[in-house]
Ligand binder design. Structure first.
Ligand code: GDP
Length: 138
């Protein structure tokens, strides 16, 4: 069990001004920030990040959306980080997310769902490495 996960606040949430409220909920949820940046993915970078979904029908839409505006990328630390963070953000489709979860509060649709959370320790490490060098994490 690793104590780190990776998150992005997606372009729908940054453009609606929800970044501060989402970070507040993450910190109050017991996660501490080990690395963080405000950035924007090119289409190519978004395509690479979501390469595992290449064969899914929504891949093109996902790449367009994730490169459509700025994001907040962060590495978070907490015991049981991956599973606990998935619980905090809620189901992929906000209509099915539990009350009080980040996606229930801030997401509009299954595609534009406010936040990303790693689904395994292995992917958390890969995704963190995608955005941050050793000098950028503490
Ligand atoms: P997650 O692990 O909860 O983020 O969900 P998945 O790994 O299944 O999907 C990755 C991301 O693809 C989701 O967070 C959504 O942004 C997007 N996505 C998933 N399903 C759909 C869909 O049916 N349509 C669109 N447009 N995007 C989707």
């Amino acid at each position: 069990m690793s104590n780190r996960t990776f998150t992005m606040i997606k372009p729908d949430a940054t453009s609606k001004g929800h970044s501060g409220a989402i970070l507040d909920q993450i910190i109050k949820g017991g996660f501490s920030i080990k690395a963080m940046k405000w950035t924007r993915l090119t289409k190519e970078q978004a395509g690479e990040f979501y390469e595992v979904h290449k064969e899914r029908p929504f891949y093109g839409e996902l790449v367009d959306f994730m490169s459509s505006g700025p994001i907040v990328a962060a590495i978070l630390e907490k015991d049981n980080a991956v599973a606990d963070f998935r619980k905090l953000i809620g189901a992929t489709n906000p209509a099915q997310a539990e009350e009080g979860t980040i996606r229930k509060r801030f997401a509009a649709s299954v595609g534009e769902n406010a936040v990303h959370g790693s689904d395994s320790d292995e992917n958390a490490a890969i995704e963190g490495d995608f955005f941050f060098s050793k000098l950028e994490r503490f």
